[in-house]
Design a binder for this molecule. Sequence first.
Ligand code: NAD
Length: 295
Amino acid sequence: MSNLGFIGLGLMGKPMAGHLLAAGHTIHIYDVVSAPVKELATKGAVACSSAKEVAQKSDIIFTMLPDTPDVEVVLFGKDGIAEGVKSGSIVVDMSSISPIATKEFAKKLAALGVKMLDAPVSGGQTGATNATLSILVGGEPEVFEQIKPYFKLMGKKFTHIGGHGAGQTCKVANQIVVAGTIEAVGEALVFTSKAGFDPRKVREALLAGSAQSQVLELHGQRMIEHNFVPGFRLKLFQKDINLALQAARSLGMSLPNTATSQELLNAVAAQEGLDIDHSAMVLALEKLANQKVSG
Ligand code: NAD
């Protein structure tokens, strides 16, 4: 068994690292926030005081961090992975970040004799907790095969899409679908309420037909209950939508529905802040309709 490392123990990283630990692996952990480190250490994980220390003690290092600059700091900043990593190690970045920066990071790590996979995930906090994530992978196919046994502990589907950055590009595509679907589910539920019918009944009926989706199931419920305790913070969703819009611009194409979703999120952020769940997009639609979703 390899010595594993896991850096970034937030809403997603903590349960994911927990699955590796529960399978009997030795796992070295670090987060700038001490609470999740302490919690996993009581279950047998080895607490480290920096990303550098994790790298010194591990052969395979997983990262699950908020955004591109966070991954850059953890990889190449002071007391970062690059300062402690052994040649021959593998870094598996499971955060959702820029595909372009990912390619640069892979190149810099290769110069240290370190392989990298980008392996962002889809399936949300529920998927992380239940180990049912879909893992979208970029990098060398041989490295993907090497890491597969660990992916199996965290997810139910793992797809090698292509070279470095391919996993992140696939994640951007995922978020284009999710943004449009959250917007459509929100519109449908506000419409139902405005028409004077019970959105709970409508959600249940739609779940049995061709409008069925995980977004309707999980986020439709959240919208009806106005329960916006974050499973996925609006701030991070806006980061993903920005990646989509930037990529579209560089490709010379338009993503009209994605752009509209970002504007709706901007409106919600102005009122509610950035730490609310992304399904709160419905609040902007409620304002436009002068109608709350109420079940
Ligand atoms: P989060 O903010 O809950 O967790 C991020 C963790 O990283 C935090 O514990 C934070 O303290 C830690 N961190 C930040 N900077 C650090 C540093 N320099 N060194 C060590 N630790 C550091 O975010 P999350 O919801 O777990 O999301 C993580 C990633 O997964 C993001 O890229 C997000 O877009 C993606 N993602 C999230 C979801 C979801 O539903 N929450 C779903 C799919 C993908």
